[in-house]
Design a protein. Structure first.
Length: 413
């Protein structure tokens, strides 16, 4: 169950009908059509799968990448695959846990997890089974150098400017150089699985990887996200996500303050938790908006659904996203979105149909103003949003990732 900070309440995997995501290509090989996940794995000889990831799903800073992995791995585990995840430690957490059928081994610290995992791979302790999945989230594990089995790499987006937003200048330069110069030659022949066509284009342009080796596999939306409830009687703007620099919630706060002049009854909620909370609280206080912009922090799934249903519009001011899963969750609740025109958002939002894609600053203000001030536009975008989200399921996402790994396994055989 998804929560406002990108994490999820614990529960069984929601096995929805297998519907292909919108605008995605059909299964490359007809042999996979209509086959259950377990049979796909059996035909490709995939039984024991290793996964390497920077952060665990239970990590306090877990976000969309960790939620995506959890959903996919849960589906694979329910299909009978034996899955073991190697990741960094969680403060106060056990070193080994079992979650929804898959194992998690927390073997190292936040940064030491990379060299220690690569060393384990070189020694054959990881990546010598039937298949391997690397989750490349900024810093790579360089699995093509040490994995001895078929593999795929889940890469949601290029980090690019994000390095400067979270690290000191020196470390940011190192991170950028590794991502853009060191890693691309290593992954030249790797099978990359990403979330959107715009992310694929960015990976090709910025990292120079071959488009023929990149598969687009959009994330799903849980069936619990549906229309219902009652809209707020006053204009309500909702933002959802981790309170971290890349989300740029400070831009949303500035836009909201500007909008308040034209919409006196405006209220706003920015739901989520993160290390920028104090800075955002100070900004909201400095703008005199404490009484009508709230930061509730972590919210439960039920509370999140209620927020989506009450909102007149959901806003996203991110600099970079692989997709923007909160946007399609809101869409499933019949709520339109106004989001920055970036890679990922361009696939999650159909501009003019399910929401509006806008620039920064004044463009964000104007986009929100248009939706808040026009009932006909808002209702039309809400209908389009709901239709867009209906075509996205997690079962299709899990299938797409497994088919990519199965193709790599059969190709090697």
């Amino acid at each position: 169950m998804t929560t406002a900070d990108g994490s999820e309440e614990r529960g069984d995997f929601d096995d929805q009908a297998d519907v292909s995501p919108a605008d995605s290509a059909p299964d490359p090989l007809n042999v996979w059509a209509d086959l259950p996940l377990g049979e796909i794995a059996e035909r490709a000889g995939l039984r024991r799968i290793d996964v390497v990831a920077w952060r665990d799903y239970d990590d306090p800073e877990a976000g969309g990448s960790e939620l995506h992995a959890h959903r996919v791995l849960t589906a694979w585990s329910e299909a009978g695959l034996d899955i073991s995840v190697t990741t960094s430690s969680v403060p106060g957490g056990s070193r080994v846990v079992r979650r929804n059928g898959y194992r998690v081994k927390r073997r190292a610290g936040r940064y030491s997890v990379f060299p220690r995992t690569m060393a384990s791979g070189a020694l054959g302790r990881i990546g010598s089974g039937d298949g391997l999945v690397e989750i490349w989230n900024g810093m790579p594990f360089c699995s093509p150098l040490w994995a001895r089995c078929p593999q795929i790499v889940l890469l949601h987006h290029v980090h690019a400017e994000m390095w400067k937003m979270v690290l000191s200048p020196g470390l940011a330069s190192i991170g950028h150089a590794i991502e853009h110069r060191v890693a691309p030659p290593i992954y030249r022949s790797a099978r990359i699985v990403t979330l959107s066509d715009s992310s694929k284009e960015e990976i090709v342009e910025r990292l120079g990887l071959s488009p023929d080796r990149i598969t687009v596999n959009p994330p799903g939306v849980q069936s619990v996200f549906t229309p219902g409830g009652t809209r707020s009687p006053v204009p309500l703007v909702v933002g959802v996500g981790r309170l971290v620099p890349v989300k740029r919630f400070h831009l949303l706060v500035d836009a909201l303050v500007e909008l308040k002049r034209k919409h006196p009854g405006l209220e706003a909620v920015i739901a989520g938790e993160g290390y920028e909370r104090t800075a955002l609280e100070q900004l909201i206080a400095a703008r005199g908006a404490t009484g009508w912009i709230s930061l509730p922090g972590f919210v439960t799934e039920a509370e999140l659904i209620d927020l989506y249903r009450r909102a007149w519009v959901v806003a996203a001011s991110s600099l970079r996203e692989g997709w923007g899963m909160t946007l399609t969750e809101a869409a499933a609740c019949g709520t339109p979105v106004v989001a920055t025109d970036i890679g990922g958002h361009r696939d999650a939002v159909e501009d003019g149909v399910s929401g509006l894609l806008v620039g920064d600053g004044r463009a964000l203000v104007d986009g929100l103003d248009a939706v808040l001030g026009d009932d006909v536009l808002r209702h039309r975008l809400g209908r389009g949003a709901r239709m867009r989200a209906e075509r996205l399921t997690w079962s299709a996402t899990a299938r797409g990732a497994l088919v990519a790994l199965a193709e790599e396994a059969l190709g090697r055989h």
